[in-house]
Design a protein around this ligand. Sequence first.
Ligand code: SF4
Length: 369
Amino acid sequence: MSELPGLYIHVPFCTRRCPYCDFYSVSALDLIPRYVESLAREAEAAAASGWDKPFETLYIGGGSPSLLNGDGLGGLLKALAPLDISGIKEFTLEANPEDVSAGQAELWAESGVTRLSLGVQTFDERWLGDVLGRCHSVADSLKAIEVLKDGRPYDLSLDLIYGMPAQEPEDWGADLRRAAEAGPAHISTYSLTVEPNTPLARSIASRFVPPPPPQEKVADMFLISPEALGMHGYYRYEVSNFALPGHESQHNLKYWHRQPYLGLGPSAHSFDGRRRWANLPSVRQWSSALASGAAPRAFTEELDEKAVRLEQVMLGLRLPEGISEGLLPESERLEQYINGGFLIKSEGRIRPTEKGLLVADRLAVELTD
Ligand code: SF4
């Protein structure tokens, strides 16, 4: 994989908040022109501060980038002109099913998008409306998939959520089957996290919505996923991601391989190989900082040796290829995890098993302690 950086753009707009979401987004769409203007400033500042190499991947996420119309998306891409995006090999855009139409699909293809990440979340109405509070129906998702596959050159990826209130492993198996039968190139599977202070957390606290299933049941869902998707040709190439061979997300692989990436837009994160930083999570504060010539940062972290090692282990253990043996010296704890079937040592590498992938973060923390 090349060392060229990836570029992430955060589009912080949604028509309304989903009750489980804790990503930064606002519904004040009248801020879009100010956002695009500030993005141009941020891109210019980034190009002047050393991000002058060609970017290899571009990922527009959110928020809901699919709600941008031709002017919005055209303005956004124009704002990136100070950066070298002429050699982009993979250009992903996140889309909500309700925003997909033949016209939008055409616009995205003409704009150079090669990969569409569709937020289907589930093919079961029982969770889509009451629990997730999404604006789309299952029929909308199926229609969107049909439109996106209609002769356009997209690699299609579907996002799914599991571990939802009262969901059983069989329900999750059925969701996976329906996703695979829709024939995307890539499927992402995320376990539902009930974040404190979200409307979903309040609905659960007031017993309007049942609590999520116990951890063991969620673990079962994680563990049945490779078999359910494997029979359709997908393999797990990262804790939460499955692909048909050759259709892995090149942009996201940069995150896990600790390659540099630049994030622009409110709340976007960046990594230059030695430092990590995040932008202010507010359109107004982020754009005011840029207008005054200041860096719109919420924090910057200089990584010391210990932090680098933890990252190498933590990110490496999210991938079946694992890490080089040299990163973890022999220890009793390592032996325990190997004997317990969480890790395998082979060909100079330490690789997580499926059981190990399930607790990859915990393994990394304990083994680097
Ligand atoms: S569409 Fe996505 S980013 Fe927007 S509120 Fe819903 S979950 Fe959050």
